[in-house]
Design a binder for this molecule. Sequence first.
Ligand code: UGA
Length: 433
Amino acid sequence: MKKITVIGTGYVGLVSGTCFSEIGHQVICCDIDQNKIEQLKQMKMPIYEPGLEDLVRKNVHDGRLTFTSDVSVAIQHSEIIFIAVGTPMSETGEADLTYVKAAAKMIGENLNDYKIVVTKSTVPVGTSRIVRQIISKHAFTSVSFDVASNPEFLREGSAISDCMNMDRAVIGASSDMAAKIIEEIHEPFHTKVLITDLESAEMIKYAANAFLATKISFINAIANVCELVGGDIVKVAEGMGLDSRIGNKFLRAGIGYGGSCFPKDTLALHHLARVAGYDFSIIQSVIDTNDKQKTIVIDKLLKALGDVEGNAISVLGLTFKPNTDDLRYAPSLSIIPILLNKGAKVKVFDPIALDGVKRYFGASVTYHDDVYDALHDSDACLVLTEWEEIVGLDLDKAKSIMKEPIIIDGRNCFDLEIMNSRGFHYQSIGRPA
Ligand code: UGA
């Protein structure tokens, strides 16, 4: 079993560090954010992720997982260093590598023995080589090291199970020996391993996310056409997905993708291609289609109500997907301001993210941690996230407390026949009204 240090305790760093400890490695997770580390030491998770706290507790208890804000010591301690810091979107759309470069500098300054420096953050093609240059520049000794790229494919909300049961591990490394060692540390995951050059590993991550985003925008575009010419997108997606070349995943039509990954990575890939001299117009269409898709529920609402001025509108589900508290690029953040501008009284429900949403909307909306409170006396309701509490709604109860039984469902949560038979005015995405 190996000594592993993970720099960065965000989603990727914390989850993958914890999973590496779960399969038996000795893992130190470090972060320059002292407050975060103190909280982690007290078992307070910085993110909401099902199963994470229990797994952290278990591995800390068993002595395989520790947290520190002393990044230098953490680097010196291990042979394998994962860089898992954030790569936020810059104004031009490219990935901001400030934190990756800062981590590389610290690794260089603390290079006391042979190390493999593995980039896990999502980074543009060529970053591992930049990491290598920075480490060499800041190293005081001539100790040798390797760089590698080992992208992460976990999804928020199912991160632990995605990591523990990964489809594959992609490893690009600057030497065969480094690739072999990274392959070995993955052995207990019993997964397929693909060894590539550095650039291919980096590109696989962007290409995979951009392809998934393309599937979503494509099915949303088909849904929009179905609304014009007929057809039910749920059946259409099912029929397409039965073709094993297409597959049935990521064909759920709705109000588009959000989150910290697809919006950022599609833009970053587009930027990367443009700078290299290629106009990646498919990706631009994916981005544009997604931007328009977010507000489609507003058009449907206006059609149903005529005008929302003075009307109470319940917005159910605020996060970009269920089982996370993440609001980054969530469609709700685009939709609520439009409702407010049009003079609607907005009542929001989310099982987890109300505190986070308060930062955006303050006193301009009312907050409800009970879905029925949010629906009480409302003129219409918008469904933006398929949380269990929303999908499992007691429809009779909902109808009895709403002023008007109008549901505009941006996630196709409910059965068409049931909604019609219960007397709802029900509109969803790409399905007959
Ligand atoms: C995504 C990828 O799925 C992960 O493989 C990747 O590791 C991660 O980004 C990352 O780069 O870190 P994530 O953003 O957590 O994971 O969530 P997804 O489950 O992929 O959902 C993204 C968005 O697409 C959500 O808003 C979801 O509602 C939407 N979506 C997903 C659809 O609208 N339709 C679908 O069929 C699937």
